[in-house]
Design a protein around this ligand. Structure first.
Ligand code: GLY
Length: 372
């Protein structure tokens, strides 16, 4: 199958996202043109290392590129000061210089952590993202948001630092657990919902087969998602306006993630899917979109075997008021007012400020009531 190349146009910081099968084994030929000397530092996590590090190491070695690697523990808890300090100090010990390239091999945690380490190491070194989850391929590896979590919240410390190249190997998605693949799909469906009704139609038809493993369908879904993200990031790199659309479903999602402890009860992409359904419900109650739209969103997520409603989250949840308060702590609050991404229909999202809190509370109360 062919290679898809998407340009992220950011002037002197422009780069390409290359999407295809077998890219990990061909990584050296993609990375070599970026190198001033034949040496790279790779940082990954222990799960990904066991699955994919050897393939990358062999590919680099075959091209005479020396690879040195550090493995951090898999999971969100690595996205903090401790592993940031460890990774940056390790990179210094490896004598990684300003002109060298760091490689982040892994999902969103590794990409965000190592992107940030690269941003601050020697005031900024280049890095290459090799995303190994669907979520990272379609969202977190593209656009230059890097950072870590602190006790005060997620992603509150970080930097915009664009990668120099993103290599999205469709084959590695085959090693994901079905739940992780579907969680990543929450971000894919978001792109159709926020700005491309035709892509959403395509997903309704093709996503069930794609989820079963069809590589051509997977590649198209990743390509179309990245095209959309690249366009938005090129127009609004630092989220002054349009980029906020990428947060469709995320205000609800962040409250649910906080309420469930950012753990196995609710994966980020699952929260995004539930959040998208709630954002459409809220839009419908505000008279912005038809009744059919939220029903269609729910029906598709349900057909994919995904979490759709709060009823699909195991265990207790706080009441509607407490969930609303959790939303109020979201870092995207401007001047104390909640901002939501709402929609006039499928593929027609927009940023709304000053959404009446009683309508939001009504949506949350009904969603919680649905939990029986
Ligand atoms: N994940 C949202 C963004 O990159 O803006």
């Amino acid at each position: 199958m062919s290679l898809d190349t998407i340009d992220v146009d950011l002037g002197t910081r422009s780069y390409q996202v290359r999407i295809g099968q077998g890219l990990l084994g061909q990584a050296a030929e993609h990375i070599a043109p970026l190198l001033h000397r034949k040496k790279v530092a790779v940082i990954t996590d222990d799960t990904v290392a066991a699955l994919h590090l050897m393939t990358l190491a062999s590919a680099l070695e075959a091209r005479g590129i020396t690879m040195t690697a550090l493995t951090v523990p898999a999971g969100e808890s690595s996205k903090g000061w401790a592993q940031l300090a460890r990774a940056t100090e390790w990179l210094l010990e490896q004598k990684i210089e300003r002109r060298d390239v760091v490689v982040a091999l892994g999902g969103g945690v590794v990409g965000d952590l190592i992107g940030f380490a690269s941003a601050i190491l020697r005031r900024g070194v280049r890095f290459v993202q090799i995303p190994t989850t669907l979520l990272a391929q379609v969202d977190s590896s593209v656009g230059g948001k890097t950072g870590i979590n602190t006790p005060q919240g997620k992603n509150l410390v970080g930097a915009f630092h664009q990668p120099s190249l993103v290599l999205a190997d469709i084959d590695v998605l085959g090693t994901l657990a079905p739940r992780d693949f579907l969680a990543g799909y929450g971000e894919v469906v978001k792109y159709g919902l926020l700005g491309d009704a035709a892509f959403y139609d395509w997903l309704e038809t093709n996503a069930p087969t794609m989820a079963k493993g069809d590589a051509a369908l997977r590649q198209y879904a990743v390509k179309r998602s990245v095209e959309m993200k690249a366009g938005i990031v090129s127009r609004d790199e630092t989220e002054e306006g349009e980029r906020a659309l990428l947060n469709l479903g995320h205000t609800f999602c962040h409250a649910l993630e906080k309420a469930t402890g950012y753990g196995d009860r609710l994966l980020h992409g699952e929260g995004v899917a539930i959040g998208c359904a709630l954002a459409f419900e809220l839009s419908q109650r505000l008279g912005l979109c038809s009744q059919e739209a939220p029903s269609r969103v729910r029906a598709h997520l349900r057909a994919m075997g995904m979490k759709v409603d709060m009823a699909d989250i195991q265990g207790d949840l706080p009441d509607a008021e407490a969930l609303l308060a959790l939303m109020g702590q979201d870092k995207k609050v401007v001047d104390g007012k909640l901002r939501f991404i709402l929609a006039r229909g499928i593929g027609e999202a927009f940023v709304a400020s000053d959404v009446p809190s009683d309508v939001v509370l009504g949506v949350l109360r009904d969603a919680l009531r649905g939990r029986g």
